[in-house]
Design a protein around this ligand. Structure first.
Ligand SMILES: Nc1ncnc2c1ncn2[C@@H]1O[C@H](COP(=O)(O)OP(=O)(O)O)[C@@H](O)[C@H]1O
Ligand SMILES: O=P(O)(O)OC[C@H]1O[C@](O)(COP(=O)(O)O)[C@@H](O)[C@@H]1O
Length: 303
């Protein structure tokens, strides 16, 4: 079984405004309201690929109700924990470039956390758990490390997709996979504008800290896959980016979809990149046929 955990879900309010003028009344040309947050997005993409998951996380208020309702309509299985306050709304403003304003989440207390731990204790050998997204302020920044330790004895493979302190502190918990983008990887070492060579260098330093596999996505510039045995580079297919919200989460979902079926890391890397680009090239999350159309354009080379 595949589980996703979103500590900090969101309603994504994705609007295009053209032209956009600061200090003026602007009107939207298009708008979408979607259930969001990284783990939820992974569950939604896997659902598009006919792979069942259970989405865990903390939700509350009218926005939490919206997320639950939408996921029920899409037939994504959920087991959320209710918290007090409204789940955040994240604004994605498309004006030719993409600007994001990500909101604050309601607080999660010890009782909520204990309920989560109970839910995680039912996981079994062979299960996959995706821990994804930012950490609400009320939780410690080493929460993903604690959760990795919590399921360590259960034989579960854990993927961590987050950034900053929460990501860095997860490394000694030996996550099966992490998927930073090149900015997030650079941030961990106080560096910007990483080249492929830099990303390989810093990725290797993270492998030394206990992470088993790393995908570094570099938007239109390609992606890397690293573990102690192999270093691979992937190009990305050519196409017009329509909406990149959820593209990174689609890489994770595509990887999980393929790996859970074929147990092949290289194939899963390729499928993940195809899924990321298929989402980026459309206004919805990728479908199987869209991924399969792109897969042959993706060439994996050994570095
Ligand atoms: N310009 C692009 N051309 C093709 N694919 C893209 C482009 N931008 C993003 N993608 C796809 O989206 C994935 C994730 O994008 P990236 O920006 O690296 O991560 P994140 O969305 O996590 O910030 C990429 O690996 C790729 O598959
Ligand atoms: O938890 P964070 O880091 O604030 O990210 C949440 C946001 O990221 C998303 O999961 C999209 O992530 P990606 O574009 O990286 O795939 C949105 O749905 C959500 O608004």
């Amino acid at each position: 079984m595949i589980y996703t955990l979103t500590l900090n879900p969101s309603v994504d309010y994705i609007v295009s405004v053209d032209p956009f003028e600061f200090g003026k009344t602007n009107r939207t040309a298009t708008e979408m309201k979607n259930p969001g947050g990284k783990g939820i997005n992974v569950s939604r993409v896997l659902n598009n690929l006919n792979i069942k998951t259970k989405a865990l996380g903390f939700i509350g208020g009218f926005t939490g109700g919206f997320i639950e309702q939408k996921l029920r309509e899409e037939k994504v299985d959920t087991d959320f924990i209710q918290v007090n306050g409204d789940t955040r709304i994240n604004i994605k403003l498309q004006t030719g470039e993409e600007t994001e304003i990500n909101g604050q989440s309601p607080s999660v207390d010890q009782e909520h956390l204990n309920t989560l731990l109970e839910k995680l204790h039912v996981l079994q050998e062979g299960d996959l758990l995706v821990l994804a997204g930012s950490v609400p302020k009320s939780l410690p920044s080493n929460i993903y490390y604690s959760l990795l330790k919590e399921v360590e004895e259960l034989g579960v493979k854990v993927i961590v997709d987050t950034s900053g302190e929460a990501l860095e502190k997860s490394f000694p918990g030996n996550p099966f996979l992490i998927k930073p983008n090149h900015h997030e990887l650079g941030e961990l070492f106080d560096k910007s504008d990483l080249t492929v060579k830099d990303a390989v260098h810093y990725g290797r330093r993270i492998l030394d800290k206990g992470v088993q596999n790393i995908i570094v996505s570099m938007a239109g510039e390609g992606a890397l896959f690293l573990n102690k045995e192999i270093t691979l580079f992937s190009n990305v297919p050519k196409g017009i980016v329509k909406n990149s919200v959820g593209a990174g989460d689609s890489v994770v979902a595509g990887f999980v979809a393929s790996y859970s079926q074929h147990n092949d890391l290289v194939k899963a890397f390729q499928y993940g990149i195809a899924a990321g680009s298929a989402t980026a090239f459309s206004n919805h999350f990728c479908e199987k046929a869209e991924i399969e159309k792109l897969i042959d354009e993706i060439e994996i080379t050994k570095l």
